[in-house]
Design a protein around this ligand. Structure first.
Ligand code: 3IO
Length: 341
């Protein structure tokens, strides 16, 4: 009897040891944790799309992946986002390509004045351009998605209704959008979006040129009481992942991320278009903001000034080995296709 008990105990003991030695493979591994850095404050659209992506990934992987988000430049800022992700300071990062125009020439071509009508179309066009041209600028990272803002408009402390009104006015813009302001005679001042509230407050700039959802999300409507509708130039964004972290992901997780690429681009575009409209409505109703539409004759003058920009860009980009002509043709064609025209 004693011997039987001893055997049974020994059996339980061995089984326990066995279980303990085999278990750690699963138990210790736990969920895969990834950090995701973003440069502007949490309520703004780059962070709204980040939270949406996090939720989708965590649901679609049944909690096997956890995303730790860092809005407001708490992990990486606007200008060191790309290099920070390459170096592994963050696993994933969201960047605005307009802040480094020379670095992202191919994808930044989407901010030429080519008539992209809205953010949904812009986002899908940009994502297609990335996939077709596979720019070398992204060779060191895994690109998870891309999207653009809605077309840019002038938000200002002073009314701007004509080329005479905009002449030599300091307005904040970056990348391709700055070239457009310059063509209209304004004095573009370059800085990332998160630096803009202070520049407006201090009077360094009299306004900005960007998508209109910022009137609400950054409360610019409290300072900028005027909008001039120009609907020109989108800002392109990319979400990139550290290459080693990407390569270390299990295949099924990689598939979840890849499936989300186009969907996230479209989701963000649709959200931006909706939110920009809501922001203008809020600005008019709650902040007394006035919206100016240029007369047909005035609009024609503004558009005429933009005509040389693309031709000049094609010449200078071609000289640097960029397939500029084909790019411009594709951006226009993809834009028409997604716009259903
Ligand atoms: C942008 C950047 C950060 C947060 C909200 C934003 N809305 C539009 C932009 C585009 C941009 O980066 C810019 O500089 O206008």
């Amino acid at each position: 009897m004693r011997r039987k008990i001893a055997f049974a105990l020994a059996g339980v003991f061995l089984a326990t040891i066995l279980a303990i030695t085999l278990m750690p493979a699963n138990a210790e591994a736990g969920p895969i944790k990834l950090s995701y850095a973003n440069f502007p404050p949490a309520p703004t659209f780059p962070c709204v799309q980040m939270e949406r992506w996090k939720k989708e990934v965590e649901a679609r992987t049944n909690g096997k992946v956890l995303i730790n988000t860092f809005p407001g430049g708490t992990l990486l800022g606007a200008k060191n986002m790309m290099d920070g992700v390459i170096a592994g300071q963050a696993d994933i990062g969201c960047l605005c390509m307009a802040y480094q125009p020379g670095r992202f020439m191919i994808t930044n071509a989407t901010s030429l004045p080519l008539g992209i009508p809205n953010s949904l179309v812009g986002s899908l066009v940009l994502w297609d351009i990335y996939q077709k041209y596979q720019p070398k600028a992204f060779a060191k990272v895994k690109v998870l998605t891309m999207f653009t803002t809605a077309p840019s408009n002038i938000m200002s402390k002073i009314p701007i209704k004509s080329l005479a009104d905009i002449k030599s006015v300091n307005l904040r813009a970056s990348g391709g959008a700055a070239q457009i302001l310059k063509a209209w005679g304004a004095n573009p001042v370059g800085m990332p979006m998160p630096a803009t509230p202070e520049a407006l407050q201090k009077g360094v700039v009299k306004g900005l040129f960007s998508s209109l959802e910022v009137m609400k999300d950054f409360k610019f409507a409290e300072l900028c009481k005027y909008i001039t509708v120009t609907d020109a130039a989108v800002y392109p964004f990319a979400v990139v992942m550290n290459m080693d972290k990407w390569n270390a992901l299990p295949k099924d997780i990689q598939e979840v991320f890849e499936d989300l690429g186009t969907q996230q681009s479209a989701w963000t575009g649709a959200y931006m278009d909706r939110h920009a409209k809501a922001s203008v409505a809020w600005s008019k109703r709650k902040q007394g903001v006035k919206v100016f539409r240029l007369s047909k004759a005035e609009r024609a003058k503004w558009n005429k000034l933009l005509e040389p920009i693309t031709a000049k860009w094609i010449a200078s980009a071609s000289a640097k080995g960029v397939p500029a002509k084909a790019l411009v043709r594709d951006i226009k064609a993809f834009s028409k296709m997604y716009d259903g025209r």
